[in-house]
Design a protein around this ligand. Structure first.
Ligand SMILES: [Zn+2]
Length: 339
C-alpha cells in the first residue's frame, strides 16, 4: 500500500488487510450538512473506495461556521452542497469514486443505495429520514450508524441488522433531541465529536473489526462535561414493524404524499410537485420573468424573489420556499406562483 495510508496501516487493528478492505468498500452518506461534510472528508482521507453522497440543499453563509467542506465562494454561488463537496473531496483524493445525488431522499432512493452499500452513515437532521434508513438497513441487511447533534451534545449508535435492536425499537429510549440547530444553535466541536465517533464505527465495520463495535448508545455533552452510555441490548419490540417477524417496513411503503410538503428547519418549506405535472427550470424562469421576480438562474436551480419570499427550484422539480413558517403557508405560495 502506498505511503499515503502508511500511518493508518501502522495502526494494528487496521493494518494492510484492513486498508485493503476500506479500498473495496462502498459507503452511503445521507446528508451533507455539518455531519455529512465531516464524515465524507474523514472517510475520503481514510481511503474508502466508493462514496455515495445524498443532499437536497445548497450552501449558505450560516453553514460555514461548522460545515467544513464549504467556502465563502460556494455560499456566494449558492452551490448545491453535493456539488461543492464533490469539488473539495476530489481535490483531497483524486481516485475517490464519488456519486452525488441532489435529491430529497425517498423510499426508492434509499432502497437503491442500501442494495449497493456496505454501510450507511446517517448525517440527516430528522427522524422521518432515519426511519427510512432504518427500514432499508434491515430489509437489505446493511448496517447504519446513527448520529445526531445539537447545541453542545450528540448521540451515536451503530445499528447492525440481526445483532442490535433497530431504530424503531429504540425510539422510546433514545435521548430526546427535540431541539434543532435552527432553534438552539450548535457549536462546531459537537459536530466534530459526533462525526468522529460515527467514522470510528465505520472504520471498525468496514475493516472487519466487528467485535469492536459499540454496543451501547453513547450520549455526550461537551459543555457540561458529561457522557452517558445506555445499554439497549434487551430493548427489542417483539412486534416491531421493521425488525419483527411480520416486518412490513412501514417507512419504505408509505406513499410519497406525506413528503409532498415538509418544513425544513425554522423558516423554509420544501415542496415536491406532482410528478405528473413537473415544473422545469424553464417554467420557473418564465413565470419569474412575468412576475418580475428578480430571476437568477444557475446550472442547478432557478431562484425567484416573490412576495418577499425566496423560492429556489431545483432541476429535478423540487422547490424550496424560504421565509415561511409552516407547511400551509408554503403550499399557498407555491400555488400562487405555479398554479
Ligand atoms: Zn425493531
Amino acid at each position: 500500500m502506498d505511503e499515503r495510508y502508511s500511518r493508518q496501516v501502522l495502526f494494528k487493528p487496521l493494518g494492510q488487510t484492513g486498508q485493503e478492505k476500506l479500498a473495496l468498500s462502498t459507503v452511503t452518506i445521507i446528508g451533507c450538512g455539518a455531519l455529512g461534510s465531516a464524515i465524507a472528508e474523514t472517510l475520503t482521507r481514510a481511503g474508502v473506495g466508493t462514496i455515495h453522497l445524498v443532499d437536497r440543499d445548497y450552501v449558505e453563509l450560516s453553514n460555514l461556521q461548522r460545515q467544513q467542506l464549504f467556502t465563502e465562494t460556494d455560499a456566494q454561488q449558492m452551490l448545491p452542497k453535493v456539488a461543492a463537496a464533490e469539488q473539495r473531496l476530489k481535490a483531497i483524493r483524486s481516485d475517490l469514486r464519488l456519486f452525488t445525488y441532489l435529491e430529497h431522499l425517498d423510499a426508492a432512493g434509499v432502497e437503491k443505495l442500501a442494495a449497493i452499500s456496505d454501510l450507511i452513515v446517517d448525517a440527516t437532521d430528522n427522524f422521518e429520514t432515519r426511519l427510512l434508513i432504518n427500514d432499508a438497513s434491515v430489509k437489505y441487511g446493511v448496517p447504519w450508524i446513527y448520529g445526531a447533534c445539537v447545541g453542545s451534545s450528540g448521540v451515536v449508535f451503530p445499528f447492525i441488522p440481526g445483532e442490535s435492536s433497530c431504530f424503531r425499537c429504540l425510539l422510546p429510549v433514545l435521548p430526546a433531541i427535540n431541539e434543532t440547530c435552527d432553534t438552539v444553535g450548535i457549536i462546531s466541536p459537537a459536530v466534530q465529536v459526533t462525526a468522529a465517533l460515527q467514522c470510528t464505527e465505520a472504520l471498525k465495520w468496514l475493516s472487519g473489526n466487528h467485535e469492536a463495535m459499540r454496543k451501547k448508545i453513547h450520549h455526550f455533552n461537551l459543555w457540561d462535561n458529561s457522557q452517558l452510555d445506555i445499554g439497549v441490548s434487551r430493548i427489542k419490540d417483539p412486534h416491531c414493524k421493521t425488525c419483527g417477524p411480520d416486518a412490513v417496513f412501514p417507512s419504505l411503503n408509505e406513499t410519497g404524499v406525506s413528503s409532498y410538503a415538509v418544513l425544513c428547519g425554522r423558516d423554509a418549506v420544501q415542496i415536491l410537485p406532482d410528478p405528473n405535472r413537473p415544473i422545469t427550470l424553464d417554467d420557473a424562469e418564465k413565470v419569474g420573468n412575468q412576475l418580475e421576480a428578480g430571476v437568477k438562474r444557475t446550472p442547478y436551480f432557478v431562484e425567484l424573489k416573490v412576495f418577499h419570499h425566496r423560492m429556489v427550484l431545483f432541476g429535478n422539480g423540487r422547490l424550496l420556499i424560504h421565509g415561511v413558517h409552516n407547511v400551509a403557508e408554503g403550499r399557498k405560495l407555491y400555488h400562487q406562483v405555479f398554479g
